[in-house]
Design a protein around this ligand. Structure first.
Ligand code: ADP
Ligand code: ZN
Ligand code: ZN
Length: 658
């Protein structure tokens, strides 16, 4: 009897694969049930070994898929991911496997004989494309094979209409399309536009769905029953049958980078997928990332522009409001309140952006300066009025609100600063009988809440919308005529690596939500730094010019994207364990000439969930070199005693030092 040997990836935090045996021939990319350390687990077959290994192996006890769930191109991409991000390959597999298939469940047999077609719904395709759009579709249509293309379209330029038209072209050739958005909150709008155009056979894939919903979309995409999938990060490898085109909407958005666990960039991964599958990919945005602009300059990507708003309306003007001498009410200046009142009286909507949720970010004692902080994180507690609790936004712990100071026992406690909730309560009181809609993490938590909120915005006439980042991105709310940005000063003054890129994108994106229909919009920026040079430049609204200047500076300073950077991050209950480990790594790197290691440095979030956090900044001239050094580090540290005391991982292409 023949026995076959397989390398299997198991979803555990270990950078190794394991060998098992079977009497059956199993294709790579198939899930199998195996025993690992006396537990039953699901593993992924990644290699068929030619020879019997020299050590004893255990038997695979069940083959779960009749057809591999990962094709050979997927395996190529997953192994690239594990190498590039230095992440355990079993966990990488798990990330892209529908949650229900991470368990010992069999897949349905794969039927790919579907002949799904999509008809354009004529009532929806009402306007003629303008000349810029027309030209854009023509150029996109000409893309062949792996051909990344930046679609730079100012806000309101009709990028979504372009996505619909180009999708139509691919669908009529029998191809399927994958569209990625950076955040779940952007799926309902795009979903609606695609349903209006092509009917409701559209798949949505993101982490707020039930495992059953996700499996269903995944399965239908795989069989070709669904040919349009709209999703977030976890959808990047959605196995669409006959995939012809990928669209990355809002490509600049930092939410494409996963913040914890397996820290990959879904934007970069989608480029990799397009390359491996040899298909075109469109990166759409009004505020391109510096990385993408560099790749355009290097002639690796094409660029197509739409420089005018689709309906001919003018983008809103910025007004910088110096608040140094203003008396603020719940963080809002009198001038802003007057402008809000004026807009409401014209039966229009106002959008208020504040990058902070909850009622108030600081609860302190006025006598001894005690401040409410989380016991397990170095984070101040945020008061939530609705919950009547102090909340840690890092670990989600909730605390009661002490009436007396725990330090000095006085009752002279107060709330300082404002978040979305406080602004909402204040404005409800100030503008009685006005519709006020808050869009943030807290108001959208419940199932269906987000759709309700978006519907309410469209159905209301005059209204005030208050929100965090979530509100600033991508939405098409035609009645908004005034934007008020309450706290961008932290972004202007932040020393973080990408702060200028982030704040410029944010200001332009907020302005992009304003005056979309009539073009009489304006955006007020409340600031204590009215003379700030960057702010003065951004006031013109010319993002591209600003970004190209910023990019030039990055080149002169040898910063990313002109160099490759990785953080070696550690966490442990004792700070000195992190420091000892990172110092040892730094000392090995110090003898190398092509690499610089800065640190150990306490991370911006120094303590989280009871663990101290430190990192080492590792910088080299190229990604290939960085990868090589990381490999060397991984093989050296595995035998150290210092390694056992810390949790460590690489954060490749970090977006911040938090
Ligand atoms: P973007 O995604 O670039 O911000 P959208 O695709 O949301 O812009 O389009 C903005 C608005 O302009 C939408 O309401 C859309 O229906 C409308 N629009 C798009 N193309 C045209 C056109 N050619 N003529 C008139 N209106 C258009
Ligand atoms: Zn006190
Ligand atoms: Zn906490």
């Amino acid at each position: 009897m023949n026995i076959f040997y397989y390398d299997i990836a198991i979803p555990i935090p270990i950078r190794e694969t394991f060998t098992y045996q079977s009497k059956d021939i199993i294709q790579t990319g198939t899930r199998v049930a195996i025993k690992f350390r006396n537990k039953e687990v699901v593993g992924y077959v990644i290699k068929n070994l030619k020879n019997k290994p020299s050590f004893p192996t255990t038997e695979i006890f069940e083959i779960l898929d009749s057809e591999p769930i990962f094709k050979s191109s997927d395996l190529q991409i997953i192994s690239w991911l594990a190498d590039y991000y230095h992440h355990p390959i079993g966990e990488v597999f798990d990330t892209f496997c529908p949650p229900s298939l991470r368990k010992r469940i069999k897949t349905d047999p794969l039927i790919t004989s579907f002949d799904t077609t999509y008809e354009v719904i004529k009532e929806d395709k009402i306007f003629e494309l303008n000349a810029e759009q027309e030209n854009c579709v023509k150029e996109l249509k000409a893309l062949k094979g792996f051909d990344p293309c930046l679609l730079y379209g100012v806000t309101g330029s009709g990028k979504t209409e372009i996505y619909l038209r180009i999708s139509d072209i691919y669908l009529s050739k029998g191809k399927s399309i994958l569209i990625l958005v950076p955040e779940i909150s952007l799926t309902p709008q795009l979903q609606e536009r695609f349903i209006n155009r092509f009917g409701d056979n559209i798949g949505i894939y993101h982490s707020r769905q039930t495992p059953k919903q996700r499996y269903d979309v995944w399965n239908k995409a795989r069989s070709g029953e669904i040919k349009i999938v709209i999703g977030t990060r976890s959808a990047v490898l959605c196995p669409l049958h006959n995939l012809g085109l990928m669209i990355i909407d809002e490509e600049h958005d930092q939410s494409y980078k996963q913040h914890e666990g397996f820290r990959f960039s879904a934007r970069d991964l989608s480029i990799k997928r397009a390359q491996v599958e040899d298909i075109p990919i469109i990166l759409g945005t009004a505020t391109p990332s510096l990385q993408t602009l560099k790749l355009v300059q290097d002639k690796k990507y094409k660029q197509i522009n739409i420089l005018k708003r689709a309906n001919g309306s003018e983008p809103p003007g910025f007004i910088v409001l110096d608040i140094n001498d203003s008396k603020l009410e719940s963080g809002i200046a009198k001038e802003s309140l007057d402008a809000i009142e004026m807009t409401l009286s014209q039966n229009k909507q106002v959008l208020i952006f504040i990058n902070r949720r909850g009622f108030s970010p600081l609860y302190e004692c006025n006598d001894c300066r005690w401040v409410a902080e989380c016991k397990s994180c170095d984070a101040r507690l945020v008061f939530h009025h609705g919950l009547d609790r102090l909340m840690c936004h890092r670990c989600e712990s909730a605390y009661g609100v002490p009436k007396k100071c725990p330090e000095c026992a006085h009752s002279n406690l107060s709330l300082q600063g404002s978040g979305t909730e406080r602004i909402e309560l204040f404005l409800e009181n100030y503008f009685k009988n006005t519709t006020i809609i808050r869009l943030d993490h807290d108001t959208t938590k419940k199932k269906g809440a987000l759709n309700e909120i978006i519907k309410k915005v469209h159905e209301s006439d005059s209204a005030i919308l208050i929100g965090t980042q979530m509100l600033a991105k991508g939405h098409d709310f035609p009645k908004v005529e005034l934007g008020v940005i309450l706290n961008c000063d932290a972004g202007i003054t932040s020393p973080d690596i990408n702060s200028l890129e982030k704040i410029s994108q944010l200001l332009i994106q907020v302005s992009g939500r304003v005056g979309r229909k009539e073009g009489n919009g304006k955006v007020l920026i409340q600031t204590r730094y009215p003379e700030d040079e960057n702010l003065r430049e951004l006031k013109s609204g010319d993002y591209l010019n600003f970004a190209l200047k910023n990019l030039k500076q990055k080149k002169e300073l040898h910063h990313p994207p002109y160099t490759a950077v990785s953080l070696l991050r550690t966490s442990s209950p004792l700070a000195e364990h992190n420091i000892k480990f990172l110092e040892k790594v730094a000392s090995i790197l110090s003898i190398e000439s092509d690499i610089s290691a800065i640190g150990p440095i306490p991370s911006i979030i120094t303590k989280s969930r009871g663990n101290f956090r430190h990192h080492l900044i590792i910088q080299t001239t190229s990604k290939t070199l960085l990868n090589k050094f990381a490999q060397d580090i991984i093989s050296s540290v595995s035998s150290w005693k210092e390694t056992k005391k810390v949790k460590w991982y690489f954060d490749i292409d970090p977006i911040d030092y938090s």
